[in-house]
Design a protein around this ligand. Sequence first.
Ligand SMILES: *Cc1c(COP(=O)(O)O)cnc(C)c1O
Length: 420
Amino acid sequence: MTQSAFSYADDVLHVEGVSAASLADQFGTPLYVYSRSALTEAYRAYADACAGHRAKIHVAVKANSNLAVLNVFARLGAGFDIVSAGELARVLAAGGKAENTVFSGVGKTAAEMREALNAGVKCFNVESIPELHTLNDVAKAAGKTAPVSLRVNPDVDAKTHPYISTGLKSNKFGVAFADARATYAEAHAMPHLDVIGIDCHIGSQITEISPYLDAVDKLLDLVEQIEADGAQVRHVDVGGGLGITYDDETPPDIGEFVRTLLAHVKKRGHGQREVYFEPGRSLVGNAGVLLTRVEYLKPGEEKNFAIVDAAMNDLARPAMYEAFHRIVPVVKRAAQAQVYDVVGPVCESGDWLGRDRELAVEPGDLLAICSAGAYGFVMSSNYNTRPRAAEVMVDHERARLVREREEVKQLFAGESILPD
Ligand SMILES: *Cc1c(COP(=O)(O)O)cnc(C)c1O
């Protein structure tokens, strides 16, 4: 967690200059809270390391698509990486530009392609031959040429959780490495496509640089072949996936990661090419916390449970990936800590947020679930007809509501009953 943005003052957790306890009182819980300075600091770490190089940063919108978060990045000059037409609409609403946006995703529909082409996105990251055909047809009908990159699956092991590893042969993502050269030749021959780049994305929460270097090596080998076949590859997009510290992981820092990759590309003799980065988690993950209130303490024979008002519908990562999030008290108590499973009220045994946590808590206390800025709110649902949490952005001494808490009546506003 960024020390400066989330720290204790007089035993009360603060987000920049604002007490987390006062945020919970003002806006209610469960509550996502983001720090503008933490977002800015993470982005600057990428941007500073890219300065003076032919390199571009495209923020992966899916990690956190709140308009205020996207707007912070847009103001800093970021480009964006989207995976749906919905995300494109968010980018534009947040002040981002289509011409700085790349469109990723394994199942883009023709309608989404049309929208993105008309908006003028910078590049379509295409993942299969049928998708190339669809895009070529869409571009032809629109009287345009679509800029494309192929997402190549470099078959490297990113050494991360199987659900967030995407660069192995067995994954659904990308064009198989062995087929990539021929696929590029097909793309190059399509009259309404303009081949401009190559991309990969090998996984998420990656804590070592070596899988990236392996992937880049394979991509650059391929680039040489593709160019020998007559197409031009102006940019190499290394994807996202850099990990963060949730617990005791020690990922490379952002600057070191970027500098190592750029130096590697240069050393391989490809310094003239633009290098694209698509970071998500490493920009937003440790810039947000989820505040929740303890409803009940339930001692058990084998386990003690702290039942809180946030649940798997608010933060799915523990239930989905057995992910670890640090859980800390908002106001520290002097009392003796006990070991609790921190669980939500949803009717599923998978509804837990943390297991075997040492906490000194009483009912009514506030807890902060740390590192919740990435894949937190964006994965939330209304399961159990639970309205989604509110989101707040702190900027120095000020806190602003950046998404209202949902109301129950909104949850079934579009539903209707049979007339008879
Ligand atoms: C999810 C995704 C990213 C961002 O991944 P992080 O692990 O959050 O950095 C980047 N590019 C693509 C294509 C993605 O699908």
